[in-house]
Every structure is written in C-alpha cells, then in structure tokens.
Ligand binder design. Sequence first.
Ligand code: 8YV
Length: 326
Amino acid sequence: MSTPGRPTVVVTRRLPAPVEEQLAREFQARLNPDDHPFTPAELQEALRSADGVVPTVSDRVSADTLSVEPLRARILANFGVGFNHIDVSAAQARGLVVTNTPDVLTDDTADEAIMLMLMVARRAGEGERHVRTGAWTGWRPTHMLGTRLSGKVLGLIGMGRIGRAVAKRAHHGFAMRVMFHDPYPPPAEVVTELGAERQRSVEDVLREADFVSIHSPATPDTRHLINAARLALMRPTAFLINTARGDIVDEAALVTALERGQIAGAALDVYEQEPRVTPGLLKLDNVVLLPHLGSATQETRVAMGMRALDNLKAFFAGATPRDRVV
Ligand code: 8YV
C-alpha cells in the first residue's frame, strides 16, 4: 500500500515487476496494468492529476498535450534514453523538469547493433525463414552465402555512449576498422583506445564503410540524415544498421536504394512511424526487421526503471536529478 502524502506518479506503460513494486513503495503510483498505450487525453489527465509522470517512447508528449490546464505535474521522468517523443522546449516553458535513463542500456543496445550486422551479413533472418517454411533441402557448399563481418570497415554515425560501445566490440572483438563522424567527437584518447578514425563528414563515412551503423540522437538536424543522396554514396556491397531512431533514415528512400541494389542490405530496429513499417521493407529478403528491441533485456529494463525512479526520488527530495535533460 502506498502511503498518503507521497507524490503521485503516473506510469504510462507496464514496467518490470521489481520496478513497479519499488514505485508503489516510494510513491502514490498509478500503474497501467493492462499496458494500453495512453491517448493524448489520458496523458493530459496524468499531467493534471499527478506530481510526476513516467512516459516512454510510445507516448507523444507534444506542446499541445503539455498545454493542459491546470498543470500539476512537475517532472517527466522518461523511461528511455531517447526523448525525441517529448517536446522538451514546451516542457521547459511549462516549468517541467525532464529526465532520461542513459548508461544502463548502452551495452545491450551495442550488442543489438552487432547482432543486426551479423544477422544481415550472414543472412540469419532469411535462413531462419528458410528452415521454418520447410524450404531447406540440405547442406551444400554454395547455399546462402553471406558476407564476413571480421576485418571489415565499420562506419559509425554518432560516437556517443552507444557508438563507442559498438566501436569497442567491433574493434576488439571483430578486428574491424572503425571510422566515425560526430559533430561532438569523444576525447582523442578515447578515439585511440577504440582504434577509431574520425571522418570530417557523414559522406566520408558512407563512402568508405562496409557497415554503416547509426548512433545519433533524433533531432531536427538528424531527421532524414540518411536520405536518397547519402544512400547513393554507400557501396553496393555495404549494409545499413539503425538502432537509434527511425526518422534519421528516410525509409522510402531506403526501400528505393535496396530495390535498385545501391546497397547490399539493411537491418533496422526502429522505424519512422512505429509500429508501422514501410510495406516495401517487408518484401525484401536482404532486410532484417526487429520490433525496437535495443534495450529489451530483463536486466536493462529493470535498470532503466530504477534509474527513472532514482530521478523521481532526487527531484521530490529537492535535489537535481542525475539525468536531467532540461
Ligand atoms: C527503449 C530506446 O526501449 O531508450 C531508448 O531511447 O530506444 C529503447 O532502448 C525505448 O525507447 C523506451 O523509451
């Protein structure tokens, strides 16, 4: 039982049980037992009636939603590191603090990027479908040959926490030559330790890489960063991997590039209009499609929840939450 007098917190989606239990101990927690996605009206009701809200990527916290009156909420403790679904300027203008959950999902998301590279290069999705549909007639030397990952050139678009974790795996685990572009590059010693080479532009990375993996935040500047013109710079043997945010890639342009054989394949975990997937992608065998699973391990989802909880606790104790973004 939650104790009266504690801050009221609305959580928009089901969270792992240990997190919900802890939330219920610390706050007047209003949970979402049937896990339905919140409507804008439900989000507004939460903002009107709770001291804090824990939204996530399936909520669109727009300026319009945040214009609610009266506004009671004072913090949006986002469950997730990416917060492009929240209009942070509008939140700030309304006096709301916004926090996210970095660090705890870095390793799992980096693992997933490597998994997607291997899946698309070694034709794992295609092979699985082959076995499950009963099409497999047996081993033969020329059957379903893919592309080697080890020793190839990995081009990272974005070299923040997750980009660096991918570089570490690729360099130390797969002996890949790692290059990157980031307008805010890491310190030189970090770059050296990762055996990485900085490129001056996204274009320079795209021209050189056998695998291009995206690790930038979704901002107005990165929307459709990977468009038709940039896809045309990639090698016909290269693969595109996206575990960041869907709107960084122009999905229609990607379908065209794949259909024309301008690139060899793509592996995506995120989409422009989740959960909708551009139909052209579904038809292509050289595309791996996952349902936004980057951080989807038991360990990480619990850690993300605990991190959101820590942010709430700090805020309601009058301190600056560790992961404050505005
Ligand atoms: C989350 C993510 O699962 O944290 C993020 O930004 O993309 C994923 O790891 C999801 O988006 C929850 O917000």
